[in-house]
Design a protein around this ligand. Structure first.
Ligand SMILES: C[S@@+](CC[C@H](N)C(=O)[O-])C[C@H]1O[C@@H](n2cnc3c(N)ncnc32)[C@H](O)[C@@H]1O
Length: 273
């Protein structure tokens, strides 16, 4: 039934239907796992469709990567990734796979740095939330977005592709930084820097927008918030947060937001002077 249904959807073959193909591939792979080692005509048809859909997506990723290299990729990426609605929460969906295919990461080496108790392990922000933040922030060439604890660099890389702002990722783990740099080089991105350092040694004077997906807590968060407060005392600074760090940041009296301090969406704070 699934095969009949998918084969009756010719639009699945259109180049821009990457997300729908990812959903179809997930469904087919679940069906094939269920079939196990059984071999019959239905399994062969399903396998052939998997190969066809996967190669269409590979071709779509190659073509979009080429557009990004020549500086023309933003509108197509935004169109392909756009969602009618923004599901809350930290679950992943086909937009994340789409972004993974476009950014073309090599798998990172095993982490080399042991995180201290106040540092949070790597987990990427679901891409739909990153696109929603970029749409909302309307960044331009005067902005410098800094992702504090940038992991593989999704946020600065997507910022560099989709906006005119400069983007900086600050990440302690060298294996993740190497991966992010390789993705930036592979897409010939200018205006993005992936720095391997502890955020506490970063020059906060550079940024206009700071993003945190709960990268640390406790004393490190306190130190970072104090450094941001110093910046916000003399210039406009916006701070975007996602996840459990949001209620912590919301308690800062020098920040204001019109957003509810919820943890399942990105919340935008402004420094008040
Ligand atoms: C939850 S992940 C967020 C990744 C990325 N910002 C994103 O949203 O896709 C937190 C990251 O912060 C990094 N991190 C934790 N403490 C750090 C510190 N003191 N300096 C730099 N990076 C740190 C971790 O290694 C991890 O990659």
């Amino acid at each position: 039934m699934l095969l009949d249904e998918l084969e009756a959807r010719p639009f699945l073959m259109r180049p821009e239907r990457v997300r729908e193909r990812i959903e179809a591939l997930d469904a087919l792979e679940r069906g094939l796992a269920f079939a196990g080692t059984a071999r019959d005509a239905v399994v062969s048809r399903a396998e052939a469709l998997v190969v066809e859909l996967a190669s269409l997506n590979d071709a779509a990723f190659r073509s979009l990567r080429e557009d990004i290299r020549s500086g023309r990729g933003a509108s197509r990426l935004l169109e392909w990734a756009s969602c009618a609605e923004l599901p809350d929460g930290d679950g992943y969906d086909p937009v994340d796979e789409l972004v993974g295919g476009v950014l073309g990461f090599d798998p990172p080496d095993a982490p080399a740095v042991a995180l201290s108790a106040d540092m949070v392990f790597y987990q990427p922000t679901p891409a739909r939330h990153v696109f929603a933040m970029l749409a909302r922030m309307a960044l331009d060439s005067r902005d410098v977005l800094v992702d504090l604890g940038s992991g593989l660099g999704h946020v600065p890389l997507l910022t560099a592709i989709c906006t005119g702002a400069r983007a900086i990722g600050v990440e302690l783990e060298p294996a993740y930084v190497a991966c992010a740099r390789q993705a930036a080089t592979g897409l010939s991105l200018r205006g993005v820097e992936l720095l391997q350092q502890d955020v506490r040694s970063f020059d906060f004077g550079i940024g206009t927008v700071f993003y945190m997906y709960t990268p640390f807590r406790g004393a490190i968060m306190r130190e970072v918030l104090d450094r941001l407060r110093v910046e916000a005392a003399h210039r406009d600074v916006r701070i975007c947060t996602f996840g459990p760090c949001t209620p912590v940041v919301a308690r800062e009296a020098w920040l204001s937001t019109s957003d509810a301090p919820r943890t399942d969406r990105i919340v935008v704070f402004r420094g008040t002077r």
